[in-house]
Ligand binder design. Structure first.
Ligand code: SAM
Length: 209
């Protein structure tokens, strides 16, 4: 069965870039991806990669695997990737069931997807699984801060925003529970700090020999 997620972003796909261009997210994307400190040869997974607006900020020396549940979004990413110097593989895939081996990526980019996808705890667990120990995750999204309550207006607006576009009232911290992912940096990135650039690192839990 085709998911609602795929249907709604198939509708957004033709106008997504124009909508997002109005928000001026470029500097936040750049800052978030720079924090990954990518080295030549690194393998980077972009989860919920959409139309590929992150690609221009990933150094050419890194090879990119871009996954998204919506073929119409990925078709645009593939066109964009054609002018990228580095290697880019695009695959239609559900972030809740990544078809990659454990510890197979040096870094993960998850921009504007954790607040969008259903069952985000499954998506975060999958990111943790496929990331190498010591690897980093770049998150750019909107979250409620710990201890912050959603205002009644925000709850009301979310009744419409959540099914159509994105959940405005998620918290990141509970999603990290039970994973090896730890917050290294957390900075405001627009809209009065509602959007945040967050860097995670996967701690190495393997026993020392
Ligand atoms: C708001 S867009 C963000 C796209 C891109 N990351 C960006 O920063 O512009 C959310 C994307 O997440 C994708 N998505 C939603 N649920 C997903 C899932 N379960 N697995 C993979 N992608 C998903 C949608 O298809 C859409 O392309």
């Amino acid at each position: 069965m085709i998911s609602w997620d795929r249907i709604r972003y198939s509708v957004w796909a033709p106008i997504y870039d124009r909508l997002v261009a109005r928000m001026d997210f470029g500097p936040a994307r750049r800052r978030s991806i720079e924090a990954l400190a990518l080295a030549p040869g690194d393998r980077v997974l972009i989860v919920g990669a959409g139309t590929g607006l992150d690609l221009e900020y990933v150094p050419a020396g890194a090879s990119v695997v871009a996954i998204d549940i919506t073929p119409a979004m990925l078709a645009r990413l593939e066109r964009r990737a054609a002018s990228r110097a580095g290697r880019t593989d695009a695959r239609v895939m559900d972030a809740r069931r990544l078809e990659y081996a454990d510890a197979s990526f040096d870094a993960v980019i998850a921009h504007l997807v954790i607040a969008v996808m259903p069952e985000p705890e499954r998506g975060v667990r999958e990111i943790d699984r496929v990331l190498k120990p010591g690897g980093r995750v770049a998150i750019f999204d909107k979250f409620l801060r710990e201890g912050e309550a959603a205002t009644p207006v925000r709850r009301l607006v979310n009744l419409i925003a959540r099914p159509l576009f994105s959940d405005m009232n998620r918290r990141l911290e509970p999603l990290l529970a039970g994973t090896a992912l730890r917050i290294e940096r957390d900075e405001p990135a627009g809209f009065g700090g509602w959007y945040r650039v967050i860097a995670l690192r996967k701690v190495d839990t393997r026993p020392r020999l």
